[in-house]
Write a protein that binds this ligand. Structure first.
Ligand code: PLP
Length: 452
């Protein structure tokens, strides 16, 4: 499939060098054995031992345009030959063009773009902008969410990764968003879930004091915490609450943005316009670190004559911006967002639903575009998750066995707690998607073995 020769000796050397000096994120250093990756192309990557994997994880759900897209690689090379770095305070052609291309696609009047080096930093700045704009201290964020790993962003995060972190930052208050399959509100329909989730949020605002709340931050479609597609009316309801109380509405589209849901932004599915929108990952498929905040006219005006106190040495880095320009242009020219929408609706969604019907371990299928999750259960009847929330290594055996079964047959899955997510590049072909779905189907018999 790819022009590469196995080289196990080099693989062993890479692993030894990695073990000697690389300190890995989110890991117990001596309990991990990272795969030594030799190369990647399109929807595939390979190791030094002759194994090739179809990537149903898009790296960290970021390689939306696939690996080594020739137009993006060429743009980075061209930019490197012209100008590799220049400080954020200057007007640079590729920075201005990247901002224009992003602003052209963001909804409503989100027309000013503040570039960052990734998603967490975008979230940090969105919160800072909201606090300065409103003069209020508190931020509300949802349980079952992920907003990044820097100090402020991890405190907004609503999953177990927050627990061992810095002391919770003052003013962050968590609420429950909708999750019809395991409803925090004991509702029995998406409509009721929407109504109850909005009423819970309205109560929380009343008891926290609307005049003290700067922002509500939400993932438009919750990503890492389970691909939770909001019920009809939920985002509009949150928008209305924000309008009523002058609260800044922040949509975090770091994972959902740039094609993953089959639209440029997930917000487009519901015609909702936030005041601030964070993005990263798909903006340039992670070829060079980049993220940003899209800012409404009203919030931008707050900083018209008052300096915005934020920015880093590498904000809006020319190499990153050049890769964003090439990525967005390639996505448009090659109809990559349309491909994600079409495959999701015609191939991936129907196949996953059919798979779910046949496997006792699949409780629910959720998603859109190339953004799907299978919620795995011990019993379809009780909906008890296949592994407990925040599983220990021992508890995690069923998911470990399922992931190993995928990898043995050449599929690299995205596994998180009791779920496997189907999040391939937006460029995946129909044949590749079917190949991956067949492997997933077979591997689920391993998960079925753990049901009761
Ligand atoms: N927000 C969301 C919704 C994310 O999914 C992520 C990363 O997965 C982040 C923020 C953090 O992005 P980064 O890892 O680029 O800092």
């Amino acid at each position: 499939r790819a022009d590469h020769q196995p080289d196990p000796a080099k693989g062993a050397a890479v692993k030894a060098a990695d073990r000697a000096h690389v300190f890995h994120s989110w890991s117990a250093q001596e309990l991990i054995e990272p795969l030594a990756v030799a190369g990647a192309q399109g929807s595939y990557f390979w190791d030094y031992d002759g194994n090739t994997y179809l990537d149903f994880s898009s790296g960290l759900v970021n390689a939306n345009i696939g690996y080594q897209h020739p137009k993006v690689v060429a743009a980075i090379q061209e930019q490197a030959g012209r100008m590799t770095t220049f400080a954020p305070a200057y007007a640079i052609d590729v920075r201005a063009e990247a901002a224009r291309l992003v602003a052209e696609r963001t909804p409503g009047d989100l027309d000013k773009i503040f570039f960052t080096n990734g998603g967490a930093e975008a979230v940090e700045n969105a919160v800072r902008m909201a606090r300065l704009h409103t003069g209020r201290p508190k931020v509300l964020s949802a349980y079952r969410s992920y907003h990044g790993a820097t100090s402020g962003a991890i405190n907004l995060t609503g999953d177990p990764r927050r627990w061992p972190s810095d002391t919770a930052s003052a003013g962050v208050v968590h609420f429950w968003g909708p999750y019809p399959y395991r409803s925090p509100f004991h509702s029995d329909s998406p409509e009721q879930e929407c109504e109850r989730a909005l009423s819970h949020l309205a109560d929380l605002i009343a008891f926290e004091g609307p005049q003290s709340i700067a922002a509500i931050i939400l993932e438009t479609v919750v990503g890492t915490a389970g691909v939770l597609v909001p019920p009809e009316g939920y985002l509009a309801g949150v928008r209305a609450l924000c309008d009523r109380y002058g609260i800044v509405f922040v949509l975090d589209e770091v994972m959902a943005g740039f094609g993953r849901t089959g639209r440029w932004f997930a917000a487009d599915h519901w015609d909702v316009v936030p005041d601030l929108m964070t993005f990263a990952k798909g903006v340039n498929s992670g070829y060079v670190p980049l993220g940003g905040v899209a800012i409404s006219a009203e919030i931008a005006a707050t900083f018209a004559t008052r300096p915005y106190p934020g920015g880093l040495t590498y904000s809006g880095h020319p190499l990153a911006c050049a890769s964003a320009v090439a990525t967005i242009n390639a996505m448009r020219e090659e109809r990559i967002v349309e491909n994600a929408a079409d495959l999701g609706e015609r191939v991936i969604g129907p196949a996953l639903r059919e798979i779910a019907d046949r496997h006792p371990s699949v409780g629910e299928v959720r998603g859109m575009g190339v953004f799907w999750a299978l919620d795995l259960v011990r019993s379809k009847e009780t909906r008890e998750p296949l592994v407990p929330y925040n599983p220990s290594a021992a508890d995690n055996a069923p998911m470990g066995a399922f992931a190993a079964a995928c990898k043995k047959n050449g599929l690299w899955p995205f596994v998180n707690m009791n779920r496997t997510h189907v999040v391939p590049p937006c460029t995946i072909t129909e044949a590749e998607a079917k190949e991956g779905l067949a492997i997933l189907d077979e591997a689920l018999t391993t998960a079925d073995g753990f049901t009761v």
